[in-house]
Design a protein around this ligand. Structure first.
Ligand SMILES: Nc1ncnc2c1ncn2[C@@H]1O[C@H](COP(=O)(O)OP(=O)(O)OP(=O)(O)O)[C@@H](O)[C@H]1O
Ligand SMILES: [Mg+2]
Length: 382
């Protein structure tokens, strides 16, 4: 019976219900098979599908006349064991991307638009670079890109032949920041000549992101920051499939209503098995010139969200006109600002480096070389 049940796959988790630990007790009496099945959550939308598959598999057995299913729900521990397994499977079956294996991938996401994802992306990227890191920035906001302007990098992207690849690869635009480096791609940097324009026209969102993941010659990277489009859905699911080692940084505003929306982003992360690296609260308390604090967008949303999803609140960026002005001028506030927002971005970047073991080793080390092979990193001396 168990062997037959191994053919029943949970489509969401991508593995069979026996190895996932969903199939429990099996009893057979008088041609009736009674089987206990634990769902990850009680209201699992896949229940009907799983039921149909179990019946179809078991009823082929000559002794089986009837199949009865007792539905149950997993405990928190069982659920987390299943998630670990599914994450592992996703990792194993993910196709190779051109993103170097040593790079830590962080996608900056939120439940709704306009909360400061792009501002957080460029400032964290700049802060990481200022601390000696080589940082890739992938603008996954394909139609609503803002990264080229916010980093003052309007140049068109070039494509080049790269050894070991049969088609030309996109070369990211570079900007040096102190001892570090930014390597940036965005649809806002695409040449508008006929051929290239054609290449992108009509592409689905996820297809475009996939192209950035597969066809960019990133070289050596310590971090890859992905600026997510507003909303979640497709792109996040696509990332989970193509680059399952992506960690999410969830940006929220201090308002409790925003926090509720951000929980949806966290739920989506869970369903796509992406790890959440932490929460960043943006547009926190505004301090006026006289030193008085105003909680313009409410208070406590970031901490409440972090607690609710069980991750760290990495920081709180205050509202500061300099953040917006820096974005408009293409000079992230973290590079020139002297205020609290700049200091907070620097602190969060240091925190991220500290919890990324490889990056800690490489911090301040300039003796890195690109290997010829795409996606392979050779590091010498540290
Ligand atoms: N801490 C801050 N203080 C002041 N202004 C800010 C702050 N953070 C972001 N802004 C401003 O708020 C606006 C929205 O920010 P941003 O574009 O980064 O959000 P987003 O989440 O990327 O938006 P979208 O969902 O449209 O991509 C911008 O004008 C930006 O300059
Ligand atoms: Mg944005």
């Amino acid at each position: 019976m168990r062997t037959l049940l191994r053919a029943v796959i949970d489509p969401e988790l991508g593995d069979n219900i026996v190895d996932l630990g969903m199939a429990g007790d099996i009893r057979i009496a008088d041609g009736t098979v009674t089987i206990g099945v634990k769902l990850t959550i009680r209201g699992c939308p896949l229940r009907a599908q799983i039921q149909k598959d179990i019946r179809a598999r078991l009823e082929v057995h000559p002794w089986v006349r009837k199949v009865k299913i007792n539905w149950g729900e997993m405990t928190a521990e069982e659920r987390s064991a299943v998630m670990t397994r599914a994450r592992w499977n996703a990792r194993e079956s993910a196709t190779d991307t051109a993103v170097p294996v040593g790079a830590r991938v962080l996608a900056v996401a939120s439940g709704k638009g306009g909360v400061g994802k792009s501002s957080v992306t460029v400032n964290l990227a700049a802060a990481l670079a200022a601390q000696g890191m080589t940082v890739g920035v992938l603008d996954a906001d394909i139609w609503g890109f803002s990264i080229p302007r916010m980093l003052n990098m309007p140049d068109r992207l070039q494509a080049e032949r790269v050894e070991g690849r049969d088609k030309p690869m996109i070369i990211p635009n570079e900007r040096s920041i102190e001892s570090g480096l930014l390597r940036v791609v965005s649809t806002g940097m695409l040449v508008d000549d006929e051929g290239t324009a054609l290449m992108w026209r009509g592409l689905m969102l996820t297809k475009a992101v996939e192209q950035f993941l597969n066809d960019v010659h990133w070289g050596d990277l310590d971090f890859l920051l992905i600026d997510m489009p507003p909303g979640t859905g497709d792109v996040q699911m696509g990332l989970a499939r193509m680059l399952p080692r992506t960690d999410l940084l969830i940006v929220t505003t201090p308002a409790v209503s925003a926090q509720k929306v951000a929980i949806r982003a966290a739920d989506m992360a869970r369903r796509s098995f992406l790890r959440i690296a932490g929460v960043i609260e943006n547009m926190s308390t505004f301090t006026c010139a006289h030193g008085e604090d105003y909680a313009l967008f409410g208070e406590g949303g970031g901490r409440a969200l972090a607690e609710e999803i069980g991750v760290e609140l990495l920081g709180q960026i205050p509202i500061e006109p300099a953040v917006a002005a820096g974005g408009d001028a293409g000079e992230p506030v973290v590079l020139s600002g002297t205020g609290a927002a700049a200091a907070e971005f620097t602190r969060i970047a240091a925190l991220i480096i500290a919890e990324t073991p490889d990056a800690t080793e490489m911090s301040g080390c300039s003796a890195r070389t690109d290997s010829d092979a795409v996606g392979v990193t050779v590091r010498r001396g540290s």
